[in-house]
Write a protein that binds this ligand. Structure first.
Ligand code: PHE
Length: 445
C-alpha cells in the first residue's frame, strides 16, 4: 500500500540504472582523476579500490536493506526501525544532501557551460595552457557560473518534481550507456597521444612512499562520495525497490559499474595530463582543461566536446537528482508537504547555499578558512571526508548490531532465501568498517 502511494521503480533494470546513475557522476569523471593526481596516483587507486569493495559494497547493501525494510526516507527509516537517537543519522543525511548538492550544482553548471562553449567554438584551437586560462577566467567570473548553477539546479528540480519512475528512471536508461560509449572512444583517442604512457604508469604503478594520512582520508571519503553512501541516498532508492530484487547482486552491479567508470575516466584524464605536460596535482580544473585539449586534436572535436559535456551534465544530473530526492522524500514522507512544493523550496535554499561556493574561485578566492581552504573546499571536505564516512559507519553499526534480524531477512530476499556471505558481511559492517574508518578519520584529522 505504502509502496503504491509513494511510487517506485518499474523494473529491476530501471533501479540498477538509476542507482548507478546516482553513483556515477562528477565524482567519477571530474573528482576522481584530479584527487588521484593530487594524491600520487597508483597508491591512491589501490587504497580506493580496497575501500570500495570491502567497505563500500557492504554499506551499500546495508543502506538498500534498511531503505527497503522501512519504505521510508532516511529520517523515517531510522524512526520506523528503531527510533531514539538513531533518527539523528537520518537528519544528518538530509543535511549532508543539502551541503553536497550546493557545490555539486556549481560544478554541474560548469559542465553545461562547457557544452555551450564547445559548440560555439570558444574552446577550439587552444592548447592546454590557453584552455587553463579559459577555465580560470570562466570560474573566476562572478555572474556567468552563477547563471549556470541556477540552470543546473532548475533542471534537477524539474526531474525530482516529476517523481521517481517518470523522471529519474527514464533519463538514466537512455543516457548512461551513451556516456560509457563516448568514454571508450576517448580512451582510444588519448592512448594514441605521444607521452600518454607516463600517465598510465602514474595511474597503475603504486608508489607507496607517497602515502600519508591525507591519502587515506581522501580515498575513504571519495569511496563514500562516489558510491553515494553515508547520507541515505541508496537507502532512499532502496525504499522504492521491489522485494523481487536480490540485494547482493544489485549492490555489486552498482559498485562495479561506478568503479569501472572512475577507472576509465582516469585512463582518459591522467594520460592526457602527461601528454600535455600539465601538473597532475592541478586540482579541480584538471578535467575541464585536459578534455577540451583532447577534443581539439580530434576531427569534429567541437561536436565531440559538445556531446561529451552534455552527457557529463546528464550524469551529474542523475546524481544531483538523487541528492535532492533524499531531502524531498523527507519532507514528503514526514511533513506531508506536496512533492512539487518541497522540491521548489529545497531547490531555492540549496541554490543560495551554493553561491559562496561558486564565488570561491573569484570574488571569494581570498576568503579562506582553516588555513588555505575556500568556502567551496570546506563544503567539499566537510561533506565528503567527514559527514559521509561518519554517516556510513553509523549505518553499518545500525545494520549489524541494532536491526540485524530485519536487515539479513531483507538482504536474503523473499525469493532466494539465503545470502551465503551473511557472516562475513556482518563482520565487515559491525567491526571492520567502523574500526577502519574511525582510524583513518582519527589519524587524518
Ligand atoms: N556519487 C555521486 C558522484 O560520484 C555524488 C553523490 C554523492 C550522489 C552522495 C549522491 C550522494 O558524482
Amino acid at each position: 500500500m505504502a509502496r503504491q502511494l509513494r511510487g517506485g521503480f518499474a523494473s529491476r533494470l530501471g533501479f540498477i540504472l538509476a542507482a548507478a546513475g546516482s553513483a556515477i557522476g562528477l565524482g567519477n569523471i571530474w573528482k576522481f582523476p584530479y584527487i588521484t593526481g593530487e594524491n600520487g596516483g597508483g597508491a591512491f587507486l589501490v587504497i580506493y579500490l580496497v575501500t570500495v569493495f570491502v567497505i563500500g559494497f557492504s554499506i551499500m547493501m546495508a543502506e538498500l536493506a534498511i531503505g527497503r525494510a522501512a519504505e521510508r526516507n532516511p529520517v523515517g527509516a531510522f524512526s520506523r526501525l528503531k527510533g531514539g537517537a538513531w533518527v539523528g543519522v537520518g537528519y544528518m543525511g538530509v543535511l549532508t544532501g543539502v551541503i553536497i548538492l550546493s557545490f555539486y550544482s556549481v560544478v554541474g553548471g560548469w559542465t553545461i557551460a562547457y557544452a555551450l562553449k564547445a559548440i560555439s567554438g570558444q574552446l577550439a584551437g587552444g592548447d592546454a595552457a590557453a584552455l587553463g586560462g579559459t577555465f580560470g577566467g570562466f570560474i573566476g567570473d562572478t555572474a556567468e557560473p552563477l547563471v549556470y548553477h541556477a540552470i543546473f539546479m532548475t533542471l534537477t528540480c524539474v526531474v525530482v518534481g516529476v517523481g521517481i519512475g517518470g523522471g529519474i528512471e527514464r533519463a538514466a536508461k537512455v543516457l548512461m550507456p551513451l556516456l560509457l560509449f563516448l568514454i571508450v572512444v576517448l580512451i582510444v583517442q588519448v592512448l594514441s597521444l605521444p607521452g600518454a604512457e607516463a600517465g598510465i604508469s602514474f595511474f597503475f604503478s603504486p608508489d607507496f612512499s607517497k602515502v600519508n594520512g591525507d591519502t587515506f582520508i581522501a580515498a575513504v571519503g571519495h569511496a563514500f562520495f562516489s558510491l553515494s553512501l553515508g547520507m541515505g541516498t541508496m537507502l532512499t532508492y532502496g525504499s522504492y525497490l521491489s522485494r523481487k530484487v536480490w540485494l547482493p547482486t544489485a549492490a555489486a552491479t552498482v559498485t562495479v559499474l561506478d568503479t569501472l567508470i572512475a577507472i576509465l575516466a582516469g585512463m582518459i584524464i591522467l594520460p592526457a595530463v602527461f601528454a600535455f605536460g600539465i601538473d597532475p596535482g592541478a586540482g579541480p580544473g584538471l578535467t575541464f582543461i585536459t578534455l577540451p585539449a583532447i577534443f581539439n586534436q580530434m576531427p569534429g572535436g567541437d561536436w565531440v566536446a559538445f556531446a561529451f559535456f552534455i552527457l557529463l551534465a546528464v550524469a551529474a544530473l542523475t546524481s544531483a537528482v538523487s541528492l535532492l530526492e533524499v531531502v524531498v522524500a523527507y519532507f514528503v514522507d514526514e511533513k506531508q508537504v506536496l512533492r512539487t512544493r518541497a522540491t521548489m523550496a529545497a531547490g531555492v535554499i540549496i541554490f543560495l547555499l551554493g553561491i559562496p561556493s561558486s564565488l570561491s574561485f573569484g570574488l571569494l578566492s581570498d576568503t579562506t578558512f582553516f588555513g588555505t581552504m575556500t568556502f567551496f573546499d570546506v563544503m567539499d571536505y566537510l561533506s565528503s571526508n567527514i559527514l559521509l564516512p561518519v554517516g556510513g559507519i553509523l549505518v553499518a553499526i545500525f545494520a549489524a548490531w541494532i536491526a540485524w534480524p530485519r536487515i539479513i531477512e531483507e538482504a536474503s530476499g523473499w525469493e532466494k532465501s539465503t545470502f551465503p556471505l551473511a557472516g562475513l558481511w556482518r563482520i565487515v559492517l559491525g567491526v571492520v568498517a567502523p574500526v577502519a574508518v574511525l582510524l583513518v578519520l582519527y589519524h587524518g584529522l
